[in-house]
Design a binder for this molecule. Structure first.
Ligand code: ASP
Ligand code: MG
Length: 456
C-alpha cells in the first residue's frame, strides 16, 4: 500500500483534483490520501482568529470569503446532482467557525486551544470535498478521521506526536477493504481529547505517520514543484530537481527551512525505512525526487540553501580562557532560545552564537543576566550584543564526507567575489557546511556557489 499527500495548491483547482483522481487510478494497491486545506485558507483562518481577538469585526468578512471559496469550488467540481449535501456540510463548519470566532471576540483573547480549533476547519472542509469527488470518480472510499487517531502530547513547550499511541490508533481504525481512504492532514487531538494540529505545513507529517503506522511501501508527497532542487528555484533560475537524495540530506535541508517538505516528516519514514518521493501534481509524469537511505554521491554537494533574518552574538572576554563551566552556564542561559550555530575557536577567546533575529533581545538579556557578576564585577566578560542583518548559506550533501577540497572550492569562489565570511560551521557528520554572511551578500553568494558546483 502507499500513502499520498496533496498540498494546498494541489487541491485548489479543478485541473489538479482531476489529476489526483487520475493518479489514484494508476494502481490497484491500497492507497491513503492525505490532503491539506485549500491554498491560503489556513492563513485566512489565522487572520480571522487574530482579528477576532482584537475585536476587529472584519473576521466576519473573512468567514464569508472562505465560505464562498468552498462553494465556488464545489460548483466547479460537481453538477448539482453530484453535490449532495456538501454545501450544507461546509455551511455547518462555517457556522461553527463563526461561533468560536464570536467567543474569541467576546473574550478579547485568543487561547492556544481556540487557535487549534479555528485552524482545523480548513482541512475538514477540503477533505470533505475530496472525499465526495473520489467517491463519485474512484469507487467506494473510506474515511479516517485524523483528528481522532493522531494524538499529540505537550512536550518541550509544544505539541509533539505521541507516535506509539498514534500508530496503534491508525492500525485499529484503518479498514483495508477500502482501496482508497481519505484522511485529512494537519489535524490531531491531544491526550485530553482537545483539538490540536501538527504545526503549519504539518500535512506532510500526517502522511508520514500513516505511512509508518501501516508500514506502507511508499510515501508520495505531491506538491507544486518537481521535487527537491539544487537550490530554491525562485532564487536560482537554473536550479534543477535532484533525482535521488538520502533522508539525512532532506532532514538537513528541511531543518534549514526549505519549504518543499515539513521537517518532522522525515523521522517516521526514516525510522520505518519507507521510501518517499516528492512529485509535482501539475506535471504528474515527471520523476520527482526519490528519498531513501541511499544517495548518489556523484556530486559532493546536493543543494544550497539560505536562511535569512539571522543574528550573531559574540560572547567574549579574558574570563573565557581556560575557565571551565562557562559554556555550560551560557547554554543554560539560552535554554529557551532556539540556537542555530555555536562555534568557538581553540584560542577560547570568543564563543559565537547564531540565532534568529527575533530571538536576539531575549538571548542578550538572558546572557547578560547570567554573567552579571563577571560583567559588572570582575569585568572579565564583556556585555553581549547582538548583530543583525546576517544570513546562513548552507551546503548540504552526503558526498562531502571524506571528499577533500569541497569547502576550499566554495571559500575560494566566495573570496574571488568579495564575499566576506563571518563564521563557518561544519558538524562532524560532514553533511552540512554552514557559512554565515551578510544578508546583502546572500543572493550573490548563492549564485556564485550554485554556478561553481553545478554549471562549471
Ligand atoms: N493547512 C496547513 C498549513 O497551511 C497544513 C499544510 O498545508 O500542510 O499550514
Ligand atoms: Mg500548506
Amino acid at each position: 500500500m502507499k500513502v499520498l499527500k496533496f498540498g494546498g495548491t494541489s487541491v485548489s483547482t479543478v485541473e489538479t483534483v482531476k489529476n489526483i483522481s487520475a493518479i489514484l487510478k494508476k494502481t490497484d494497491e491500497n492507497q491513503i490520501i492525505v490532503c491539506s486545506a485549500l491554498s491560503k485558507v489556513t492563513n485566512m483562518l489565522e487572520e480571522a482568529a487574530d482579528k477576532a481577538s482584537k475585536r476587529d469585526m472584519s473576521y466576519k468578512d473573512i468567514c464569508t470569503q472562505i465560505k464562498q471559496r468552498h462553494h465556488d469550488f464545489i460548483d466547479q467540481l460537481f453538477s448539482s446532482d453530484e453535490q449532495g449535501d456538501l454545501k450544507q456540510t461546509i455551511d455547518t463548519h462555517i457556522a461553527n467557525l463563526e461561533k468560536v470566532l464570536d467567543a474569541i471576540s467576546m473574550l478579547n483573547e485568543l487561547s492556544q486551544r481556540a487557535y487549534y480549533i479555528i485552524v482545523s476547519f480548513g482541512e475538514k472542509m477540503s477533505n470533505a470535498i475530496i472525499y465526495q469527488y473520489l467517491t463519485i470518480h474512484n469507487g467506494s472510499v473510506g474515511y479516517l478521521d485524523s483528528s481522532e487517531v493522531i494524538v499529540t502530547k505537550f512536550e518541550n513547550g509544544k505539541e509533539d506526536v505521541n507516535r506509539s499511541q498514534t500508530y496503534k490508533n491508525i492500525a485499529a481504525a484503518y479498514n483495508p477493504e477500502y482501496k482508497i481512504t481519505v484522511a485529512p492532514g494537519f489535524i490531531s487531538k491531544n491526550e485530553k481529547g482537545y483539538a490540536t494540529t501538527l504545526g503549519r505545513g504539518g500535512s506532510d507529517f500526517t502522511a508520514a505517520l500513516y505511512a509508518a503506522a501501516l508500514k506502507a511501501d511508499l510515501l508520495e508527497i505531491w506538491t507544486d514543484v518537481s521535487g527537491i532542487y539544487t537550490a530554491d528555484p525562485r532564487k536560482i533560475k537554473n536550479a534543477r530537481p535532484l533525482e535521488k537524495m538520502s533522508y539525512r540530506e532532506v532532514l538537513e535541508l528541511s531543518n534549514l527551512g526549505a519549504k518543499v517538505i515539513y521537517a518532522p516528516t522525515v523521522k517516521p519514514v526514516l525510522d520505518a525505512n519507507i521510501p518517499m518521493v516528492i512529485l509535482n501534481t501539475f506535471y504528474p509524469d515527471e520523476k520527482g525526487t526519490l528519498v531513501t537511505t541511499g544517495t548518489d554521491t556523484k556530486t559532493p554537494v546536493k543543494s544550497f540553501s539560505t536562511m535569512d533574518n539571522i543574528a550573531m552574538l559574540s560572547f567574549t572576554g579574558t574570563g573565557l580562557v581556560g575557565t571551565s563551566g562557562i559554556a555550560g552556564r551560557l547554554f543554560n542561559a539560552l535554554k529557551d532560545v532556539n540556537v542555530i550555530i555555536i562555534s568557538q575557536a581553540c584560542s577560547e577567546m570568543a564563543i559565537n552564537i547564531v540565532i534568529n533575529e527575533k530571538d536576539a533581545d531575549k538571548a542578550v538579556e538572558a546572557i547578560n543576566k547570567e554573567f552579571d557578576f563577571e560583567i559588572k564585577g570582575k569585568k572579565c566578560i564583556l556585555p553581549i550584543k547582538a548583530e543583525v542583518g546576517y544570513s546562513i548559506l548552507a551546503m548540504v550533501g552526503e558526498g562531502m564526507k571524506n571528499a577533500a577540497g569541497v569547502t576550499g572550492k566554495a571559500f575560494t569562489a566566495l573570496g574571488e567575489n568579495n564575499i566576506n565570511i563571518h563564521l563557518i560551521a561544519q558538524g562532524s557528520s560532514e553533511i552540512n557546511v554552514s557559512i554565515v554572511i551578510k544578508s546583502s551578500d546572500a543572493q550573490k553568494a548563492l549564485e556564485v556557489l550554485h554556478n561553481k558546483f553545478f554549471n562549471e
